[in-house]
Design a protein around this ligand. Sequence first.
Ligand code: GLV
Ligand code: MG
Length: 312
Amino acid sequence: MSERTKNLPRRSCHATPGSNEKMLGKAPGLGADMVFLDLEDSVSPLEKEAAREKIVKAINEQDWGDTVLCVRVNAWDTEWTYRDVTYIVENASERLDEIMLPKVQSAAEVVALDLLLTQIEKTMGHSRRVGIEAQIETARGLINVEEICAASDRLETIIFGPADFAASTEMPVLTGGVQIPEYPGDHFHYVFSKILMAGRANGLQVIDGPFLKIRELDALRDYAMRTRILGFDGKWSLHPDQVTVINEVFTPTQEQFDKAFDILEAYEKATTEGERRGAVMFGDEMIDEASRKMATKFVTRGERAGMTRSAS
Ligand code: GLV
Ligand code: MG
């Protein structure tokens, strides 16, 4: 992993086709916490090689500020992966934070990428260590997600890819990542929960993939709220308009942020002063050590999003 980015916010993770110079040029200014420059499915097979050069130029010549900067390479079952990784990591500046590996099916695929990165870094004398983001988007990948999440200390995130996943499991849908009203419940609930557990058990950030109906911003807000409530850290955006909605959904409200601080203060006082109690009333609810842990998460997320406590 890269020490710089492991814990940086990834509320919105913006997909940018590596073959499109105009989109590459706009990507740093969209307000996304993370941007990935794509060599995989948003790039035509005939443009893959040219896209590598465009991506390196964009990484080296554009000002990316604090954005987490990633390149998605092609999956190991294509002929492009090793050249994607070698070309990008050898030629991109130290500003490149991570490589994203799509359609990960087994821990061995992550280990293979880790070994290749290690050789490139040694050969080139790089002091930085490139991190890895892994996408779970096949039935086999989901079955192996626990081993995948533990496969390398370069891993920073685990990501759900709903479009490829629907294809892999042969769901009768033609649009990825959206709600299916005919299904009583959430057709991805099991998948979301399984990926979340595997990611959290290994200290990774957990990210939801794209919502393909890019003009339906209210539906996006509604759908993004599902993974936000479960505990995911962020979601992909495919269009600049989606970035704002996603940043909003994955940031605590000011009320939640302030309440979390109040809980931390009340708990600290209760445990260290007077009778030094472990469980104490906070308004009309009981708080204890678990409450402290929950509140800490809100504070950390809010602070990562640049929030400050309201004056009391
Ligand atoms: C993303 O890559 C997806 O397949 O949903
Ligand atoms: Mg995919």
